[in-house]
Write a protein that binds this ligand. Structure first.
Ligand SMILES: NC(=O)c1ccc[n+]([C@@H]2O[C@H](COP(=O)([O-])OP(=O)(O)OC[C@H]3O[C@@H](n4cnc5c(N)ncnc54)[C@H](O)[C@@H]3O)[C@@H](O)[C@H]2O)c1
Length: 445
């Protein structure tokens, strides 16, 4: 399941062909490893707004060297621009004045972060225009920056300034290696508290996380990353995958439950298991999913129905059962796994795209209703290299892997790290978001 094209482009002959034929040349993305610093290099901070103090404080907490004055000839790992001070469109030129002189001073796999005010919470119509404009700026810069770097925009509601540290840490670190061109909204639903974390390296200590489809692929990696961050994981998968599931959960000192999540009594069985074993759960990650692709003209009833049942009806029913029985603890987390297909649509995937758009619907329907600091968010992976995508025909797979700003597929760990950020106790104000983990794929961009 490795990316053979990427390996080829790093060989001497591959490099020559890439140069002469103008082929895409994917950069090996930096990913976080235990013990490594979250930001390995200097951050330049620019702009002026209400977030200056929080940004500086967070960077200091992360141990990231930072400066407001760039020096010529110096290389930088990240640029953060506080755009909350932009009160009208004519002030947007400040973006160009800050970024242009720095663009050639960036290291590989650099991070660019623009921080703005939620446009709908702007103090004036003029400010709303300026803040909305930031989306076009960041999405375009993401497409042109290259060299494995990412560009993202974080909108922060007024009054939520103190609840952005976990988000800054994620987007400035290699944990967000395959997340680019995204717009995150903090404090949009009124949830504002950020719970302090005793050990930043084990933010999920004492937490119980349920992960469906945990025996392989993205689900296995989610389980591994949540365990790394201190959580006890209850992995769920179909009985046919029992031995793989048991092996993964043994490795993680976790717990397992084999059942088909579409079973009539599956939500009750999960709830009962969680209640008896743990008394409740702090997170549920609805990762299990299937594809049964066919154009609609050739679609058989069971292929359509089974995809809807696994991918969206089961997460809906399980979520309602756990919430209904009060089994999601305060400051709990619900995470849906959607897909880029659920946003852009895809040939042969009317069933899959409907189910994955439905996952976004579940986020929309619950985000404003949840109380006690419980949040719901989703990830929408693009092309992630797993057994699911290994079955995609070669030509389609090749196009899928290259058609993004990183010119490569993502890894399961990229999805897992994004989910770990949602689960961080400091992310309570991050609610109602759908973040694509797609290397800024052109599809539905
Ligand atoms: N791989 C990608 O590129 C990609 C892209 C977008 C979204 N996704 C989504 O990410 C999730 C994981 O994908 P993956 O690539 O790891 O897939 P995968 O097929 O490797 O793993 C899916 C897991 O879900 C389990 N599962 C399926 N039906 C189940 C059921 N009824 N009850 C319990 N468990 C069940 C499977 O046994 C398997 O372990 C899915 O929701 C998928 O739609 C994947």
């Amino acid at each position: 399941m490795s990316d053979r094209y990427q390996a080829f482009t790093s060989s001497p002959i591959g490099k020559l062909l890439v140069k002469n034929l103008g082929l895409p040349a994917p950069v090996k993305l930096e990913r976080w490893t235990e013990g490594a610093p979250l930001v390995d290099g200097t951050v330049v901070v620019g702009g002026s707004g209400r977030l200056g103090k929080t940004i500086a404080g967070t960077l200091d907490d992360l141990g990231a060297s930072n400066t407001e004055t760039a020096v010529e000839g110096q290389r930088y790992k990240a640029l953060v621009f506080d755009a909350t001070g932009l009160a009208g469109s004519s002030q947007l030129v400040q973006l160009q004045e800050f970024f242009t002189p720095l663009m050639r001073s960036l290291e590989k796999c650099a991070r660019v972060l623009v921080i703005g005010t939620l446009p709908e919470r702007a103090a004036s119509a003029e400010e709303r225009v300026a803040q909305r404009a930031l989306e076009g700026f960041t999405r375009s810069l993401g497409k042109e920056i290259g060299r494995g770097s990412t560009v993202n925009l974080v909108y922060v509601a007024p009054g939520v300034e103190d609840a952005i540290s976990s988000t800054l840490a994620f987007f400035l670190s290699p944990k967000s290696a395959y997340v680019s061109g995204q717009v995150v909204r903090i404090g949009a639903t009124g949830a504002t508290e950020a719970t302090a974390v005793a050990d930043p390296l084990k933010p999920l200590t004492g937490k119980v996380a349920i992960v469906t489809g945990a025996s392989r692929g993205i689900g296995e990696q989610i389980a591994r990353v949540l365990h790394r961050d201190g959580a006890t994981v209850l992995g769920i998968d179909v009985p046919q995958a029992a031995s793989e599931l048991q092996a993964v959960m043994r490795d993680l000192d976790g717990d397992h439950l084999t059942l088909d999540i579409t079973g009539k009594d599956a939500p009750q069985r999960i709830a009962q298991h969680v209640k008896e074993k743990f008394g409740g759960a702090d997170a549920v990650v609805h990762n299990a999913g299937i594809t049964r692709d066919r154009k609609l003209a050739n679609m058989k009833d069971d292929r359509f129905a089974s995809v809807i049942a696994v991918n969206v009806t089961a997460p809906e029913r399980i979520t309602r059962e756990l919430l209904g029985q009060g089994l999601i603890r305060a400051n709990g987390r619900i995470v849906g796994v959607s897909s880029i297909a659920g946003i852009a649509g895809n040939v042969g995937q009317t069933n899959y795209a409907a189910s994955k758009a439905g996952v976004i619907g579940l986020v929309d329907s619950l985000a404003g209703e949840l109380t006690d600091g419980i949040t719901i968010n989703a990830v929408a992976p693009g092309f992630i290299i797993t057994q699911m995508t290994a079955t995609v025909p070669f030509a389609t797979r090749e196009v899928g892997q290259r058609m993004n700003a990183m010119a490569q597929g993502g890894l399961p760990v990229d999805v897992a790290e994004t989910i770990a950020w949602y689960l961080n106790p400091g992310s309570t104000a991050v609610n109602g978001n759908v973040v694509r983990v797609c290397g800024q794929m052109m599809l539905g961009a």
